[in-house]
Design a protein around this ligand. Structure first.
Ligand SMILES: C[S@@+](CC[C@H](N)C(=O)[O-])C[C@H]1O[C@@H](n2cnc3c(N)ncnc32)[C@H](O)[C@@H]1O
Length: 384
Protein backbone atom coordinates (compact mmCIF):
# COMPACT_ATOMS: atom_id res chain seq x y z
CA UNK A 1 0.00 0.00 0.00
CA UNK A 2 1.31 3.52 -0.83
CA UNK A 3 2.47 5.59 2.16
CA UNK A 4 0.01 8.36 3.16
CA UNK A 5 0.91 11.91 2.10
CA UNK A 6 2.36 14.16 4.82
CA UNK A 7 -0.20 16.61 6.29
CA UNK A 8 0.51 20.35 5.86
CA UNK A 9 0.77 22.45 9.06
CA UNK A 10 -2.05 24.76 10.21
CA UNK A 11 -0.56 27.85 8.57
CA UNK A 12 -0.20 26.10 5.21
CA UNK A 13 -3.76 24.77 5.41
CA UNK A 14 -5.08 28.30 6.15
CA UNK A 15 -3.15 29.56 3.11
CA UNK A 16 -4.69 26.82 0.97
CA UNK A 17 -8.16 27.70 2.28
CA UNK A 18 -7.75 31.32 1.16
CA UNK A 19 -7.02 30.10 -2.36
CA UNK A 20 -9.97 27.70 -2.23
CA UNK A 21 -12.27 30.72 -1.52
CA UNK A 22 -10.92 32.58 -4.54
CA UNK A 23 -11.43 29.60 -6.86
CA UNK A 24 -14.86 28.91 -5.36
CA UNK A 25 -15.85 32.53 -6.20
CA UNK A 26 -14.53 32.17 -9.75
CA UNK A 27 -16.51 28.98 -10.23
CA UNK A 28 -19.63 30.73 -8.87
CA UNK A 29 -19.15 33.73 -11.18
CA UNK A 30 -18.66 31.39 -14.15
CA UNK A 31 -22.00 29.69 -13.47
CA UNK A 32 -20.79 26.70 -11.44
CA UNK A 33 -18.10 25.23 -13.73
CA UNK A 34 -14.61 26.22 -14.90
CA UNK A 35 -12.43 24.26 -17.31
CA UNK A 36 -9.47 22.43 -15.80
CA UNK A 37 -6.91 24.74 -17.47
CA UNK A 38 -8.49 27.67 -15.60
CA UNK A 39 -8.40 25.70 -12.32
CA UNK A 40 -4.75 24.72 -12.89
CA UNK A 41 -3.81 28.32 -13.68
CA UNK A 42 -5.49 29.52 -10.47
CA UNK A 43 -3.88 26.91 -8.18
CA UNK A 44 -0.42 27.41 -9.64
CA UNK A 45 -0.29 31.12 -10.45
CA UNK A 46 -2.89 33.13 -8.41
CA UNK A 47 -0.91 36.17 -7.18
CA UNK A 48 0.49 35.60 -3.68
CA UNK A 49 -1.39 32.32 -3.18
CA UNK A 50 -0.77 30.02 -6.15
CA UNK A 51 1.80 27.24 -5.84
CA UNK A 52 4.44 29.05 -7.92
CA UNK A 53 3.49 32.54 -6.73
CA UNK A 54 3.65 31.92 -2.98
CA UNK A 55 6.58 31.40 -0.65
CA UNK A 56 6.86 27.68 0.20
CA UNK A 57 10.03 25.84 -0.78
CA UNK A 58 9.47 23.85 -3.98
CA UNK A 59 12.80 22.70 -5.40
CA UNK A 60 15.36 20.30 -3.98
CA UNK A 61 15.29 17.76 -1.19
CA UNK A 62 13.36 20.03 1.24
CA UNK A 63 10.72 20.87 -1.40
CA UNK A 64 8.27 18.94 -3.55
CA UNK A 65 10.35 17.83 -6.53
CA UNK A 66 13.88 17.95 -7.89
CA UNK A 67 14.85 19.34 -11.30
CA UNK A 68 18.10 18.69 -13.21
CA UNK A 69 19.93 21.90 -12.19
CA UNK A 70 19.06 21.09 -8.54
CA UNK A 71 20.46 17.57 -8.92
CA UNK A 72 23.85 18.62 -10.22
CA UNK A 73 25.91 21.57 -11.51
CA UNK A 74 26.98 19.14 -14.25
CA UNK A 75 23.64 19.85 -15.93
CA UNK A 76 24.26 23.58 -16.42
CA UNK A 77 27.96 23.06 -17.09
CA UNK A 78 27.17 20.62 -19.90
CA UNK A 79 24.35 22.73 -21.32
CA UNK A 80 26.80 25.65 -21.37
CA UNK A 81 28.70 23.89 -24.20
CA UNK A 82 25.57 24.10 -26.35
CA UNK A 83 24.83 27.63 -25.19
CA UNK A 84 28.39 28.71 -26.06
CA UNK A 85 28.02 27.51 -29.63
CA UNK A 86 24.78 29.48 -30.09
CA UNK A 87 25.96 32.63 -28.31
CA UNK A 88 29.21 32.71 -30.31
CA UNK A 89 27.46 32.12 -33.60
CA UNK A 90 24.70 34.69 -33.11
CA UNK A 91 26.62 37.16 -30.93
CA UNK A 92 23.31 37.19 -29.07
CA UNK A 93 21.98 36.97 -25.53
CA UNK A 94 20.39 34.24 -23.41
CA UNK A 95 16.74 34.41 -22.34
CA UNK A 96 15.65 31.85 -19.76
CA UNK A 97 11.97 31.25 -19.07
CA UNK A 98 10.87 30.06 -15.62
CA UNK A 99 14.27 30.04 -13.95
CA UNK A 100 13.13 28.25 -10.76
CA UNK A 101 15.68 28.73 -7.98
CA UNK A 102 18.13 30.48 -10.38
CA UNK A 103 20.71 27.70 -10.19
CA UNK A 104 20.73 26.94 -13.91
CA UNK A 105 21.49 30.58 -14.69
CA UNK A 106 24.39 30.56 -12.20
CA UNK A 107 25.78 27.27 -13.53
CA UNK A 108 25.58 28.47 -17.13
CA UNK A 109 27.19 31.86 -16.57
CA UNK A 110 30.10 30.43 -14.55
CA UNK A 111 30.81 27.83 -17.22
CA UNK A 112 30.35 30.24 -20.12
CA UNK A 113 32.96 32.46 -18.52
CA UNK A 114 35.42 29.56 -18.57
CA UNK A 115 34.53 28.90 -22.21
CA UNK A 116 35.02 32.60 -22.99
CA UNK A 117 31.51 32.72 -24.41
CA UNK A 118 29.64 35.01 -22.00
CA UNK A 119 26.59 36.68 -23.55
CA UNK A 120 26.14 40.43 -23.21
CA UNK A 121 22.98 39.82 -21.23
CA UNK A 122 21.21 36.94 -19.47
CA UNK A 123 17.51 37.75 -19.38
CA UNK A 124 15.02 35.93 -17.15
CA UNK A 125 11.26 35.89 -17.67
CA UNK A 126 9.67 34.53 -14.51
CA UNK A 127 5.92 34.71 -13.86
CA UNK A 128 6.28 34.24 -10.10
CA UNK A 129 7.27 37.33 -8.10
CA UNK A 130 8.35 35.09 -5.25
CA UNK A 131 10.66 32.98 -7.46
CA UNK A 132 12.15 36.14 -8.93
CA UNK A 133 13.32 37.05 -5.39
CA UNK A 134 14.64 33.51 -4.83
CA UNK A 135 16.58 33.74 -8.12
CA UNK A 136 18.12 37.08 -7.13
CA UNK A 137 19.22 35.63 -3.79
CA UNK A 138 20.70 32.47 -5.39
CA UNK A 139 22.62 34.46 -7.97
CA UNK A 140 24.03 36.84 -5.34
CA UNK A 141 25.46 33.74 -3.65
CA UNK A 142 26.64 31.92 -6.78
CA UNK A 143 28.10 34.67 -8.93
CA UNK A 144 30.88 37.22 -8.34
CA UNK A 145 29.58 40.82 -8.19
CA UNK A 146 30.89 41.70 -11.68
CA UNK A 147 28.23 39.40 -13.15
CA UNK A 148 25.34 41.28 -11.60
CA UNK A 149 24.86 43.67 -14.52
CA UNK A 150 24.48 40.71 -16.89
CA UNK A 151 21.31 39.28 -15.37
CA UNK A 152 18.07 41.17 -15.87
CA UNK A 153 14.47 40.22 -15.17
CA UNK A 154 11.75 40.94 -17.71
CA UNK A 155 8.02 41.40 -17.14
CA UNK A 156 7.15 40.23 -20.64
CA UNK A 157 8.81 38.84 -23.75
CA UNK A 158 10.86 41.40 -25.69
CA UNK A 159 9.51 42.26 -29.14
CA UNK A 160 12.68 40.95 -30.82
CA UNK A 161 15.50 38.69 -29.64
CA UNK A 162 18.74 37.18 -30.99
CA UNK A 163 20.54 34.31 -29.29
CA UNK A 164 19.40 31.39 -27.13
CA UNK A 165 15.96 30.99 -25.53
CA UNK A 166 16.01 28.31 -22.85
CA UNK A 167 13.34 26.66 -20.70
CA UNK A 168 13.87 23.66 -18.45
CA UNK A 169 10.70 22.06 -17.06
CA UNK A 170 8.49 25.03 -17.89
CA UNK A 171 6.16 23.48 -20.48
CA UNK A 172 5.04 20.78 -18.02
CA UNK A 173 3.87 23.53 -15.64
CA UNK A 174 1.54 25.19 -18.18
CA UNK A 175 -2.21 24.71 -17.66
CA UNK A 176 -3.85 21.90 -19.64
CA UNK A 177 -7.41 21.09 -20.71
CA UNK A 178 -8.73 17.61 -19.98
CA UNK A 179 -10.92 15.79 -22.45
CA UNK A 180 -12.67 12.45 -22.42
CA UNK A 181 -13.86 10.42 -25.39
CA UNK A 182 -16.99 8.27 -25.35
CA UNK A 183 -20.23 8.21 -27.24
CA UNK A 184 -19.64 12.00 -27.35
CA UNK A 185 -16.52 14.09 -26.80
CA UNK A 186 -16.46 15.81 -23.38
CA UNK A 187 -14.31 18.34 -21.57
CA UNK A 188 -13.71 17.78 -17.87
CA UNK A 189 -14.05 20.83 -15.66
CA UNK A 190 -14.21 21.70 -11.99
CA UNK A 191 -17.21 22.37 -9.74
CA UNK A 192 -17.43 23.22 -6.05
CA UNK A 193 -20.03 21.95 -3.62
CA UNK A 194 -20.21 20.96 0.06
CA UNK A 195 -16.70 22.31 0.67
CA UNK A 196 -14.93 20.28 -2.01
CA UNK A 197 -13.94 20.53 -5.64
CA UNK A 198 -15.22 17.87 -8.01
CA UNK A 199 -15.02 16.85 -11.66
CA UNK A 200 -17.86 17.47 -14.09
CA UNK A 201 -17.89 16.63 -17.80
CA UNK A 202 -19.49 18.83 -20.47
CA UNK A 203 -20.04 18.03 -24.14
CA UNK A 204 -17.43 19.53 -26.45
CA UNK A 205 -18.88 20.36 -29.85
CA UNK A 206 -16.64 23.06 -31.34
CA UNK A 207 -13.64 25.34 -30.96
CA UNK A 208 -9.88 24.82 -31.00
CA UNK A 209 -9.93 22.19 -28.26
CA UNK A 210 -12.51 20.10 -30.12
CA UNK A 211 -10.54 20.39 -33.38
CA UNK A 212 -7.21 19.41 -31.79
CA UNK A 213 -8.84 16.44 -30.09
CA UNK A 214 -10.60 15.26 -33.25
CA UNK A 215 -7.23 15.20 -35.07
CA UNK A 216 -5.87 12.73 -32.49
CA UNK A 217 -8.38 10.04 -33.41
CA UNK A 218 -8.49 8.65 -29.87
CA UNK A 219 -10.25 5.40 -28.87
CA UNK A 220 -13.52 5.56 -26.87
CA UNK A 221 -13.28 5.85 -23.08
CA UNK A 222 -9.94 7.67 -23.28
CA UNK A 223 -9.08 10.57 -20.95
CA UNK A 224 -6.13 12.85 -21.62
CA UNK A 225 -4.76 16.38 -21.60
CA UNK A 226 -4.55 18.89 -24.44
CA UNK A 227 -2.07 21.69 -23.89
CA UNK A 228 -3.12 24.77 -25.87
CA UNK A 229 -0.89 27.05 -23.76
CA UNK A 230 2.33 25.41 -24.98
CA UNK A 231 1.40 26.02 -28.59
CA UNK A 232 0.64 29.67 -27.70
CA UNK A 233 3.96 30.09 -25.90
CA UNK A 234 6.01 28.56 -28.74
CA UNK A 235 4.21 30.82 -31.22
CA UNK A 236 5.06 33.90 -29.11
CA UNK A 237 8.71 32.84 -28.84
CA UNK A 238 8.88 32.22 -32.57
CA UNK A 239 7.37 35.62 -33.23
CA UNK A 240 10.06 37.24 -31.10
CA UNK A 241 13.09 35.29 -32.38
CA UNK A 242 14.95 36.96 -35.25
CA UNK A 243 18.09 34.84 -35.20
CA UNK A 244 18.98 31.98 -32.88
CA UNK A 245 17.67 28.89 -31.16
CA UNK A 246 14.87 27.95 -28.75
CA UNK A 247 15.91 24.99 -26.57
CA UNK A 248 13.14 23.35 -24.55
CA UNK A 249 13.84 20.54 -22.07
CA UNK A 250 11.09 18.61 -20.38
CA UNK A 251 9.56 15.21 -19.77
CA UNK A 252 7.26 13.93 -22.44
CA UNK A 253 6.89 12.07 -25.69
CA UNK A 254 6.30 12.45 -29.40
CA UNK A 255 2.55 12.47 -30.12
CA UNK A 256 2.25 8.80 -31.14
CA UNK A 257 3.63 7.75 -27.74
CA UNK A 258 1.81 10.41 -25.72
CA UNK A 259 -1.61 9.54 -27.10
CA UNK A 260 -0.92 5.82 -27.25
CA UNK A 261 -4.06 3.71 -26.79
CA UNK A 262 -2.64 2.24 -23.57
CA UNK A 263 -2.05 5.67 -21.95
CA UNK A 264 -5.81 5.96 -21.51
CA UNK A 265 -5.79 7.99 -18.27
CA UNK A 266 -3.46 10.77 -19.44
CA UNK A 267 -0.33 12.04 -17.68
CA UNK A 268 -1.63 14.56 -15.14
CA UNK A 269 0.45 14.30 -11.98
CA UNK A 270 0.68 16.11 -8.65
CA UNK A 271 3.75 16.46 -6.42
CA UNK A 272 3.71 17.15 -2.72
CA UNK A 273 6.84 16.68 -0.60
CA UNK A 274 8.28 14.15 -3.07
CA UNK A 275 5.07 12.12 -3.17
CA UNK A 276 3.57 11.79 -6.64
CA UNK A 277 -0.20 11.22 -6.90
CA UNK A 278 -3.13 12.02 -9.19
CA UNK A 279 -5.55 14.20 -7.15
CA UNK A 280 -5.35 17.86 -8.31
CA UNK A 281 -7.96 18.93 -5.73
CA UNK A 282 -5.76 18.07 -2.77
CA UNK A 283 -4.17 20.99 -0.87
CA UNK A 284 -4.80 23.65 -3.57
CA UNK A 285 -1.81 26.00 -3.76
CA UNK A 286 0.46 23.70 -1.75
CA UNK A 287 1.20 21.07 -4.38
CA UNK A 288 2.55 21.15 -7.91
CA UNK A 289 0.39 19.94 -10.82
CA UNK A 290 2.04 18.94 -14.09
CA UNK A 291 1.51 17.01 -17.27
CA UNK A 292 3.92 15.55 -19.80
CA UNK A 293 4.74 17.42 -23.00
CA UNK A 294 3.53 16.43 -26.49
CA UNK A 295 6.73 17.33 -28.36
CA UNK A 296 5.12 16.87 -31.76
CA UNK A 297 2.76 19.77 -31.02
CA UNK A 298 5.76 21.85 -29.86
CA UNK A 299 7.49 21.18 -33.19
CA UNK A 300 4.30 21.89 -35.16
CA UNK A 301 3.72 25.18 -33.33
CA UNK A 302 7.29 26.21 -34.15
CA UNK A 303 7.14 25.21 -37.80
CA UNK A 304 3.78 27.01 -38.17
CA UNK A 305 5.49 30.29 -37.19
CA UNK A 306 8.38 29.72 -39.62
CA UNK A 307 10.95 28.13 -37.28
CA UNK A 308 13.10 25.16 -38.31
CA UNK A 309 13.23 21.98 -36.26
CA UNK A 310 16.96 21.70 -35.47
CA UNK A 311 16.94 18.67 -33.19
CA UNK A 312 15.00 16.33 -30.91
CA UNK A 313 16.53 13.66 -28.68
CA UNK A 314 16.61 12.26 -25.17
CA UNK A 315 18.27 14.26 -22.38
CA UNK A 316 20.90 11.53 -22.01
CA UNK A 317 21.87 11.69 -25.68
CA UNK A 318 21.93 15.48 -25.61
CA UNK A 319 24.16 15.69 -22.52
CA UNK A 320 26.51 13.02 -23.88
CA UNK A 321 26.77 14.87 -27.20
CA UNK A 322 27.57 18.08 -25.30
CA UNK A 323 30.41 16.35 -23.44
CA UNK A 324 29.13 15.44 -19.95
CA UNK A 325 31.61 12.54 -19.75
CA UNK A 326 34.54 14.93 -20.34
CA UNK A 327 33.24 17.21 -17.61
CA UNK A 328 33.20 14.25 -15.22
CA UNK A 329 36.92 13.96 -15.76
CA UNK A 330 37.35 17.22 -13.85
CA UNK A 331 36.81 15.12 -10.75
CA UNK A 332 39.54 12.79 -9.59
CA UNK A 333 38.58 9.19 -8.70
CA UNK A 334 41.25 9.39 -5.99
CA UNK A 335 38.93 11.79 -4.10
CA UNK A 336 36.45 9.03 -3.63
CA UNK A 337 33.66 10.82 -1.73
CA UNK A 338 33.42 13.75 -4.15
CA UNK A 339 33.81 11.52 -7.20
CA UNK A 340 31.16 9.07 -6.04
CA UNK A 341 28.69 11.92 -5.40
CA UNK A 342 29.22 13.49 -8.85
CA UNK A 343 29.07 10.10 -10.58
CA UNK A 344 25.73 9.44 -8.84
CA UNK A 345 24.43 12.82 -10.03
CA UNK A 346 25.49 12.04 -13.61
CA UNK A 347 23.73 8.69 -13.33
CA UNK A 348 20.47 10.47 -12.36
CA UNK A 349 20.71 12.80 -15.35
CA UNK A 350 21.60 10.05 -17.84
CA UNK A 351 20.10 6.76 -16.72
CA UNK A 352 17.05 5.54 -18.69
CA UNK A 353 15.53 4.52 -15.37
CA UNK A 354 15.81 8.10 -14.05
CA UNK A 355 15.78 11.27 -16.23
CA UNK A 356 17.84 10.17 -19.22
CA UNK A 357 15.10 8.74 -21.41
CA UNK A 358 11.82 10.32 -20.26
CA UNK A 359 13.27 13.83 -20.53
CA UNK A 360 13.73 15.16 -24.04
CA UNK A 361 15.38 18.17 -25.62
CA UNK A 362 13.92 19.95 -28.64
CA UNK A 363 15.57 22.77 -30.60
CA UNK A 364 13.77 25.17 -32.92
CA UNK A 365 15.65 27.88 -34.76
CA UNK A 366 15.52 30.81 -37.12
CA UNK A 367 18.37 31.96 -39.36
CA UNK A 368 20.53 29.29 -37.77
CA UNK A 369 21.90 26.57 -40.00
CA UNK A 370 24.97 25.08 -38.27
CA UNK A 371 24.38 21.61 -36.73
CA UNK A 372 23.91 21.96 -32.97
CA UNK A 373 26.46 19.96 -30.98
CA UNK A 374 23.77 18.54 -28.67
CA UNK A 375 22.12 16.64 -31.54
CA UNK A 376 25.19 15.67 -33.50
CA UNK A 377 24.90 11.93 -32.85
CA UNK A 378 22.42 9.15 -32.54
CA UNK A 379 19.13 8.51 -30.79
CA UNK A 380 16.98 7.76 -33.81
CA UNK A 381 14.39 6.10 -31.55
CA UNK A 382 12.66 9.40 -30.82
CA UNK A 383 10.83 10.47 -33.96
CA UNK A 384 8.35 13.33 -33.97
C1 LIG B 1 8.92 23.23 -12.60
S1 LIG B 1 9.56 24.84 -12.43
C2 LIG B 1 11.13 24.66 -13.22
C3 LIG B 1 12.14 25.63 -12.70
C4 LIG B 1 13.54 25.61 -13.32
N1 LIG B 1 13.53 25.85 -14.75
C5 LIG B 1 14.30 24.34 -13.00
O1 LIG B 1 14.62 23.60 -13.92
O2 LIG B 1 14.55 24.08 -11.83
C6 LIG B 1 8.59 25.78 -13.57
C7 LIG B 1 8.99 27.26 -13.66
O3 LIG B 1 8.31 27.87 -14.77
C8 LIG B 1 7.77 29.13 -14.36
N2 LIG B 1 6.71 29.45 -15.33
C9 LIG B 1 5.52 28.88 -15.50
N3 LIG B 1 4.86 29.40 -16.54
C10 LIG B 1 5.68 30.31 -17.11
C11 LIG B 1 5.59 31.18 -18.25
N4 LIG B 1 4.51 31.22 -19.01
N5 LIG B 1 6.64 31.97 -18.53
C12 LIG B 1 7.75 31.95 -17.77
N6 LIG B 1 7.89 31.15 -16.66
C13 LIG B 1 6.87 30.35 -16.34
C14 LIG B 1 7.40 28.86 -12.92
O4 LIG B 1 7.14 30.01 -12.18
C15 LIG B 1 8.67 28.10 -12.46
O5 LIG B 1 9.75 28.97 -12.23
Amino acid sequence: MAAPLPTPDTEALAHSQQLVHIIQNQIGTAGGWIDFARYMHLVLYSPGLGYYSAGARKFGSGGDFVTAPEISPLFGQTLARQAAQIVQQTQGDILELGAGSGKLCGQLLLELQQLEALPQQYLILEVSAHLREVQQQTLRQMLPPEFSYKVQWLDELPTTFNGLVLANEVLDALPVHIIKTGPELQELGVTYSDGTFGWQARPLFSGELQQKTAQLDLPAGYQTEINLATQGLVASLGDMLQQGVILLIDYGFPRHEYYHAQRSAGTLMCHYRHYAHSDPFLYPGLQDITSHVDFTSVAEAGVAIGLNLLGFCSQAQFLINCGITELLQRYSPSELMTYAAVAAQAQKLLSPAEMGELFKVIALGREYSNPLIGFIQGDKRHKL
